[in-house]
Design a protein around this ligand. Structure first.
Ligand SMILES: [Zn+2]
Length: 363
């Protein structure tokens, strides 16, 4: 049995992947918090994120393709105070692999054999890979406008790909209809065990830097990596390894920025916005289900939710490319906002580079 708790009313329950939300208040599920952390439990000989597996409630052998333990390197800007976490160097070229590994391991532990998802690409490619590795049947509902490279990647790994025209919401509706006839939604948003692998990114940064950075910037759509980092540093704080968490900054594309807007307005919950066009397709999320939790987390760390223009995203992508780091537009969002986050007294800030440039269409 895997135990989860509601992020809003805090009641605990045995995890049932058919129940996306808490039955009492409708809140999203999360792992029991704070996550346990003890540096004696780290097993450096294990691959990637699984060095922390003794801290997790997941039974059985690791479900791994080598995700995690990505490089943390200094960038040639700002006197060496700016670091990049190369989270696009993963089995399918995006940070999603961290969470897919732990999320799918949880479903396998519950005996699930068939999964569905509605990803725009990176989560879908990641699910296809880990489903193939775990021997699960996977069906992906993908917006027709997603990048051809991402769709090809999903097909080659043996998943059933269904293209849906219209906005991302149309793919979600098609999947929800299909779920009526069976299968489990292997969601990259609702499955709380995704957050374990994502929290590992915080622990890796802490190990690699030798301490917590002052600030971390992360692209933000559904905000799962943001929440994972928050849970990871919360665990380090609770266990006495750090004195305070880094300021966390979530960066959205201005064309679709419900959380940056809610943060600026001082709201507790985001309001849905029109799904505007942006080259950062991975964060084109008009109504993020964990919005309330993200807004609370960012305020708790003293960070901010920021929005950047298409021009700023392109400039950041170019700037990274000219230092040898080739990321997709979504993966460049954090880099587009560092000047808004770094303070003169900061010793180290980290930008999360989340998706490979090889995935986006050539321009
Ligand atoms: Zn609840």
């Amino acid at each position: 049995m895997l135990t989860v708790r509601c992020a809003r009313c805090h009641q605990t329950a045995a995890y049932d992947p058919h129940q996306w939300h808490c039955g009492t208040c409708g809140g999203p599920w999360e792992p029991l918090r704070p996550l346990p952390f003890d540096h004696h439990a780290i097993r450096p000989h294990r691959p990637g994120i699984w060095r922390y597996a003794d801290l997790w409630p997941l039974p059985g052998e690791p479900l791994t393709l080598g995700e995690g333990w990505t490089p943390l390197i200094p960038l040639p800007h700002v006197d060496g105070r700016l670091w990049a976490k190369l989270d696009y160097l993963t089995p399918t070229g995006s940070y999603k692999d961290r969470g897919t590994a732990t999320g799918l391991a949880a479903l396998c532990a519950l005996g699930v054999r068939e999964v569905m998802d509605n990803s725009s690409g990176n989560a879908g490619a990641s699910l296809a890979a880990y489903a193939a590795r775990a021997g699960l049947r996977a069906t992906l509902f993908v917006p027709a406008h997603a990048s051809p490279a991402k769709k090809a990647q999903i097909r080659r790994m043996g998943a059933h790909l269904i293209e849906v025209s219209g906005p991302r919401q149309a793919a979600t509706q098609a999947m929800e209809e299909a779920l009526q006839t069976g299968g489990i939604y292997a969601s990259h948003v609702y499955n709380p065990f995704i957050l374990l692998g994502l929290a590992a990114a915080a622990w890796e940064i802490w190990e690699q830097l030798g301490r917590a950075p002052d600030a971390i910037l992360v692209p933000l759509g559904h905000g799962m990596l943001f929440l994972g980092l928050y849970l990871g540093f919360e665990a380090l704080l609770a266990a006495g390894y750090i004195e305070r968490p880094p300021r966390l900054y979530g960066v959205q594309a201005a064309a679709c920025a419900p959380l940056a807007r809610a943060f600026a307005a001082g709201q507790k919950d985001p309001e849905p916005v029109p799904e505007g066009e942006t080259i950062a397709e991975g964060v084109r999320i008009a109504a993020p289900p964990r919005g309330r939790e993200i807004l609370a987390a960012v305020r708790a760390t003293g960070g901010a939710l920021l929005a950047v223009s298409e021009e700023e995203i392109r400039a950041a992508q170019d700037q990274l490319a000219r230092t040898g780091l080739f990321v997709e537009p979504t993966g460049a969002l954090a880099m587009a906002a560092w000047k808004q986050a770094l303070r003169p007294e900061d010793r180290a800030a980290v930008v999360m580079l989340t998706g490979s440039g090889l995935k986006s269409p050539p321009v």
